[in-house]
Design a binder for this molecule. Structure first.
Ligand SMILES: Cc1cc2nc3c(=O)[nH]c(=O)nc-3n(C[C@H](O)[C@H](O)[C@H](O)COP(=O)(O)OP(=O)(O)OC[C@H]3O[C@@H](n4cnc5c(N)ncnc54)[C@H](O)[C@@H]3O)c2cc1C
Length: 618
C-alpha cells in the first residue's frame, strides 16, 4: 500500500498524519490530533469530509483503505460498472455458503476506492421512499428525526438535477439544483427498452414519470448519478472536488487501513469509554501508526467494515469477542446482527434479435468507437446505465399476472412499507448476462436480461469476525431466502417477468424457442412458457441462480435501546463517547429501493447534526 493524498500535507506517507507505535524508547512523539477522523472514504465518508471541513476552524482527517478516484476511467463509465467487479477497486468478498442457495458462496461486491460503492455501483438514483413509507418504518423502529420530512431537505441539498427534454413531465422543482451530486436521465437507452416498458403496461403496470416523487408502483425510466458529460458522479468526485481538497483543514489519505479504535486508558465513574484515536497500517505486517482525535471518530466503513471495526475494537457481542481474546470495551449484542440484503433471482437472459441491445459493445471496433464517443462527447451507451428502467410492484397485487391459470400461487407475507410501496422490483439490462456477470457471453450473442429482486425480505443475516485482524474478511452470512415467503416473492417476480417478456411488443423482438429446453441452459427459464412452468420449477431454479442484489444494510442499526440497536438516532454508538457511525449499516431497516441516495442524504443530515452538537458543546 502506501500513498497519501492530502490537501494540507501534500505527500504520501502515514507518518504525516500519525506517529509510529511503539516508538523507540525516549522518542515517543505526541499523536497528531484532528477534530474529526472519518474512517472510510466511501459514499457517506466523502460527504462528511466535505461538509465538516466547510468550517475553516475544524480539522478533518478522512482515511480510505482503497485507492484514489481521480483520473480513474473505469469508475467514471456508468454502463461498465460490472467491469469493476473483482478488480483492485473492489474488496472482492464472498458470502459464507448459503444453505438455501445450494450452499453457494455468492460474490458480494463493495467499493474499495475513494467514493466507495457510489464509485462502483450501477449509478441508479433513487430516493426509495414511497410516499414516505420507508422512513415512517424507520421512525417506528425508534429512529426519531429520520422521517421523510426530516430527510427531504437533504435529498435536495445533495442533488444537482439536470432536466432532460426527453422527460418533460419531470418537474425540476422536485429536485435539487445546487448540490454536488449530479443527477439526470441518460442521453439514450437501448431500443429494446421502450418495448419492455410497453409490455409492462400491457401487463397492467402504470407509467411513472418520476420515480423519486410520490407513488412508485409502476414502470419508469430511472435517473442516474451521472453528470452532463456522461460520467458517474460518485461522492468522491462530487464532494471532494479540487477546491474542497485545497482546504488546509482537510486531510485525505487513501490506501491506509484503519485497524482499530483507541480508547482512553481510564473511564471516570458514571461516564462512557471515550474514543481518543485510531490505529492504522498500510499492509498487514507494516509499521503500526496511531493518530488522535479531539472530538469524534466517525465510522463510515459500510455494512461490513463498520461492524467489523466496532468488534475488533471491543464493541460488540461479548461472547463473540471473548472467543477471539478481544478485550471487551462495551457489550453491544446487536453489532453485526440484522443484516438485510435485497436478493435477486439472478440474471434471466432472453436471446434477442440483432440491433436492439447494447451487446454490440463487446465487438472490438464498435466498442472502441462507442468508447471514443463517450470520452469526447459524453453520450452513447457507455453514458447510460445498465439498468435504465424499473418496474416496482407489490407481490400481493391481485391485478398482476403472478399465477398459473386456476392457481392461487405460493403464499407470501406482505412486508411492503405501506399500501403504495413495492416489495418486488423487476430490472432489465439490454445485453446478455449469465451468472453474476461471469462467464461472459460470446460477442455474437444478443440478449435482454431480466432479474426479479425481493425488496422487503424477511431473511436476516450476520457479520461475524473470523479473526482478530482487520486484514481477514469477516464472515458474511446474509442468510438469503431463509423463509418460504421470501422464495415465493421471487417466484411471483420470475413469473411476472416471463409474462412481460412473452408479451408484445417485446415478445416479437426475442427468440423465444419452444419451451422445455434443458433447465441447466443459461437460456432457461427465459424460453419456458409462463403459462406452464410450475412454481416448483422456479423454486429449484432460484436455489441455483439467486444472487445478492448488492444492498446490504442494518448491521449496526439505529434505534433507541442498546438491546435492539447499535447507534442512537444521533448516530452515536450506545454507551461510547466520541464515536458515531454514518453509512448503510445504521439503516434501522431495509428500504424498498436503491439505497445510495439515502446514504448520501443521511450523511448530509449527519453533518448538520454534528455541526450543531459542536456549536452547542454537546
Ligand atoms: C455492485 C453494486 C451496485 C450498486 N448499485 C447501486 C445503484 O445503482 N444505486 C443505489 O442506490 N445503490 C447501489 N448500490 C448500493 C450502494 O452503492 C450502497 O448501499 C452504498 O454506496 C453504501 O454506502 P456506504 O457509505 O455505506 O459504504 P461504502 O460506499 O461501501 O463505503 C465504505 C468505505 O469504507 C472503506 N473502508 C472499509 N473498511 C475500512 C477500513 N478498515 N479502513 C479504511 N477504510 C475502510 C471502504 O473501502 C469504502 O470505501 C450498489 C452496490 C453494489 C455493490
Amino acid at each position: 500500500m502506501g500513498g497519501l493524498l492530502s490537501s494540507s500535507v501534500g505527500v504520501g506517507d502515514p507518518r504525516l498524519i500519525a506517529v509510529p507505535v511503539p516508538s523507540p524508547p525516549g522518542k515517543q512523539k505526541p499523536w497528531p490530533k484532528y477534530d474529526y477522523i472519518i474512517v472510510g472514504g466511501g459514499t457517506a465518508g466523502c460527504v462528511l469530509a466535505s461538509r465538516l471541513s466547510e468550517d475553516p476552524n475544524t480539522t478533518v482527517l478522512l482515511i480510505e483503505a482503497g485507492k484514489n478516484f481521480q483520473d480513474d476511467v473505469p469508475t467514471k463509465i456508468p454502463y461498465l460498472f460490472a467491469n469493476i467487479f473483482r478488480t483492485v477497486r473492489d474488496w472482492d468478498t464472498y458470502t459464507s455458503p448459503q444453505q438455501n442457495l445450494d450452499n453457494r458462496e455468492t460474490y458480494w461486491p463493495r467499493g474499495k476506492i475513494l467514493g466507495g460503492t457510489s464509485a462502483t455501483g450501477a449509478s441508479i438514483y433513487h430516493r426509495c421512499s414511497s410516499e414516505g413509507k420507508d422512513f415512517d418504518e424507520w421512525v417506528a423502529l425508534g429512529a426519531e428525526g429520520w422521517s421523510q420530512a426530516d430527510l427531504n431537505p437533504y435529498f435536495l441539498k445533495a442533488e444537482n438535477f439536470h432536466p432532460s427534454p426527453k422527460h418533460p413531465r419531470v418537474n425540476p422543482a422536485n429536485h435539487g439544483k445546487y448540490g454536488p451530486m449530479q443527477t439526470g436521465f441518460p442521453s439514450e437507452t437501448a431500443p429494446i427498452n421502450d418495448y419492455v416498458i410497453e409490455a409492462c403496461r400491457e401487463n397492467g403496470l402504470k407509467s411513472i414519470d418520476d420515480i423519486n416523487v410520490g407513488g412508485q408502483l409502476g414502470v419508469a425510466q430511472l435517473m442516474g448519478t451521472i453528470d452532463p458529460h456522461g460520467r458517474r458522479s460518485s461522492t468522491g468526485a462530487a464532494y471532494l472536488t479540487d477546491e474542497v481538497l485545497k482546504r488546509p483543514n482537510l486531510t485525505v489519505s487513501a490506501e491506509i487501513m484503519i485497524e482499530r479504535l483507541v480508547f482512553a486508558d481510564t473511564t471516570p465513574p458514571g461516564q462512557s469509554p471515550r474514543v481518543i484515536g485510531v490505529e492504522l497500517r498500510t499492509a498487514p505486517n507494516a509499521q503500526l501508526y496511531c493518530t488522535g482525535v479531539n472530538r469524534e471518530v466517525i465510522l463510515c466503513a459500510g455494512t461490513v467494515g463498520t461492524p467489523q471495526l466496532l468488534m475488533l475494537s471491543g464493541v460488540g457481542p461479548e461472547e463473540d469477542l471473548q472467543k477471539l481474546n478481544i478485550p471487551v470495551v462495551k457489550n453491544l449484542p446487536e453489532v453485526g446482527r440484522n443484516v438485510i440484503d435485497h436478493v435477486s433471482s439472478g440474471p434471466i437472459p432472453f436471446r434477442t434479435k440483432p440491433g436492439l441491445t447494447y451487446d454490440f459493445l463487446r465487438g472490438l471496433i464498435s466498442g472502441t468507437l462507442e468508447m471514443l464517443r463517450w470520452r469526447f462527447f459524453g453520450t452513447g451507451p457507455y453514458a447510460s446505465m445498465q439498468y435504465s428502467s424499473t418496474a416496482l410492484v407489490r407481490s400481493t397485487d391481485t391485478a398482476l399476472p403472478y399465477y398459473l391459470d386456476g392457481s392461487a400461487g405460493s403464499p407470501v407475507n406482505d412486508h411492503a412499507a405501506g399500501p403504495g410501496a413495492p416489495d418486488l422490483e423487476l430490472l432489465w439490462a439490454p445485453q446478455a448476462v449469465f451468472g453474476h456477470g461471469f462467464p461472459k457471453p460470446s460477442s455474437s450473442t444478443d440478449g435482454l436480461t431480466f432479474s426479479a429482486v425481493a425488496l422487503k425480505p424477511e431473511s436476516r443475516g450476520r457479520i461475524t469476525l473470523k479473526s482478530s485482524s482487520i486484514w481477514d474478511t469477516p464472515l458474511i452470512d446474509p442468510n438469503y431466502l431463509s423463509t418460504e415467503s421470501d422464495v415465493n416473492v421471487l417466484v411471483r417476480g420470475v413469473r411476472l417477468l416471463l409474462r412481460i417478456a412473452h408479451t408484445d411488443p417485446v415478445a416479437s423482438k426475442l427468440d423465444l424457442k419452444p419451451s422445455n429446453i434443458d433447465p441447466s441452459s443459461p437460456w432457461w427459464p427465459g424460453v419456458a412458457d409462463p403459462n406452464r412452468i410450475t412454481d416448483r420449477e422456479i423454486k429449484e431454479m432460484l436455489r441455483r441462480t439467486a444472487v445478492p442484489a448488492w444492498h446490504p444494510v442494518s448491521s449496526a442499526r439505529m434505534g433507541k435501546s442498546p438491546d435492539d440497536s447499535v447507534v442512537e438516532p444521533s448516530l452515536r454508538v450506545h454507551g461510547i463517547a466520541g464515536l458515531r457511525c454514518v453509512d448503510a449499516s445504521v439503516f434501522p431497516t431495509q428500504v424498498s429501493g436503491h439505497p445510495c441516495a439515502v446514504v448520501v442524504a443521511m450523511a448530509e443530515k449527519a453533518a448538520d447534526m454534528i455541526k450543531a452538537s459542536e456549536a452547542s458543546g454537546a
